[in-house]
Design a protein around this ligand. Structure first.
Ligand SMILES: C[S@@+](CC[C@H](N)C(=O)[O-])C[C@H]1O[C@@H](n2cnc3c(N)ncnc32)[C@H](O)[C@@H]1O
Length: 385
């Protein structure tokens, strides 16, 4: 499977069968084949079989919190594969998959990284681990500008491949949840790092079908914090974790909220925690919260102003992209949902009214947005093993 553990990204690229065919692909192809068979052998109505199966799966997901047909973590991988193959310039070279700070009316990635360096109390020679490291821009900055030693963890093989081949970074291609069960990885990673970062990645950790399962959510966030605490070198001067994460608000939700959430689920799969139920609460046994900053307007305005950011990216059609699109119709059950997501601009809906407004207005956004982006600095408590 494209999300399985690899020490490096070389074997997970386009030439590998596993990169293209995962469990979701096989189930999807079976649904298509059965539909064709039913249409030929039974009735023309049989060609609708795949739609009925998808609807039944949705009923199980949203009604009972169980996805029988598809694996949501694989959907996250396919989402990043799609973005990598379809988008223009949503790769490294100064373009990360998060967002930048608005400074004097401009967007600045440098300001974001400087802020993180300060919050993490980073110094030359320190070791950083970035979980969900994207294309590796932040790690490259830490290495080249601060003089840190850096390691990434990412379950997206194409991003890890980019980070390794363009930036010369070392990236473990895996789902961080696997570290908790792998003693070899633990030997390599535990106790080695001064600071850990989770930048705009935590939103994927709880799968969409678990959105009503508070026990499972709490376990995932506490596992994440337990792992972070184990990765940290207890003698370090930093002992800090920096997290950037979208959170849900408790604002009243009209039916359109659920409608757009549905398309988001199909594209990315994930869950935005509430501030008082997510990592801030579950990390408490290991970490003190040093600081919480609302950066929603920086996130929103990056998408509004930067036409190459993934919130707003335009896709230039090329023969290669057409070929990929045709393939992905067979590889992935959710390509049509994805198109509808773009068509209706589902992402921007979550920022509430005037989502494209150019003004930076934190108080207004707090009132209207269904999501808020928080930057959180944690510090490991004394005495934690
Ligand atoms: C929105 S991108 C952010 C990337 C990067 N941190 C940045 O700020 O540019 C989310 C990243 O998290 C990674 N990711 C999501 N779930 C993961 C998991 N369970 N284990 C490892 N990586 C994960 C994705 O592959 C992707 O690189």
């Amino acid at each position: 499977m494209s999300c399985s553990i690899q020490e490096n990204a070389t074997n997970t690229q386009a030439n590998s069968f596993a990169y293209w065919v995962d469990k979701n692909t096989i189930v999807w192809l079976c649904l298509i084949l059965v539909s064709v068979f039913l249409a030929i052998e039974v009735s023309l109505w049989g060609c609708l079989f795949w739609i009925v199966a998808l609807v039944l799966d949705d009923i199980l997901v949203y009604g009972f919190g169980k996805s029988v047909l598809f694996d949501s973590q694989l959907r996250v991988c396919r989402n990043y594969q799609w973005m990598h193959n379809m988008y223009d310039n949503t790769t490294g070279s100064g373009r990360d998959l998060g967002f930048n700070l608005v400074v004097e009316d401009d967007l600045s990635q440098q300001a974001k990284y400087e802020h993180m360096v300060k919050e993490l109390k980073l110094e030359k020679g320190m070791m950083i681990c970035d979980i969900g490291c994207g294309y590796g821009d932040w790690l490259k900055y830490c290495r080249d500008e601060v003089g840190c030693e850096v390691v990434g963890v990412n379950m997206s093989p194409e991003q890890a491949h980019y980070a390794e081949h363009e930036y010369g970074l070392h990236v473990f291609v895996l789902n961080w949840k696997d570290i908790l069960f792998d003693t070899e990885l633990q030997k390599k990673l535990y106790g080695k790092f001064d600071a850990i970062t989770f930048m705009d990645t935590v939103e994927h950790y709880v799968s969409m079908e678990d959105r009503r399962n508070n026990t499972k959510q709490a376990k995932i966030y506490s596992d994440m914090c337990l792992m972070a605490s184990k990765l940290i070198n207890k003698k370090s001067k930093s002992r800090r974790v920096f997290m950037s994460c979208l959170h849900q608000t408790r604002k009243h939700r009209p039916w359109r909220f659920y409608y757009h959430s549905y398309f988001m689920d199909k594209f990315y799969s994930g869950y935005y925690p509430f501030l008082d139920e997510g990592p801030l609460k579950e990390c408490e046994p290991w970490f003190n919260v040093v600081k919480v900053d609302d950066k929603t307007e920086d996130y929103r305005l990056t998408g509004v102003r930067d036409s190459k950011h993934f919130q707003a990216v335009k896709v230039n059609i090329t023969p290669k992209k057409i070929a990929y699109f045709c393939m992905v119709l067979l590889l992935d059950p959710h390509t049509i949902h994805r198109l509808l997501y773009y068509f209706q601009d589902s992402w921007m809906y979550f920022y509430g009214d005037n989502a494209y407004d150019e003004t930076y207005d934190v108080e207004y956004r707090k009132k209207v947005s269904f999501v808020l982006l928080f930057w959180v600095t944690f510090e490991l408590k004394e005495g934690v093993n």
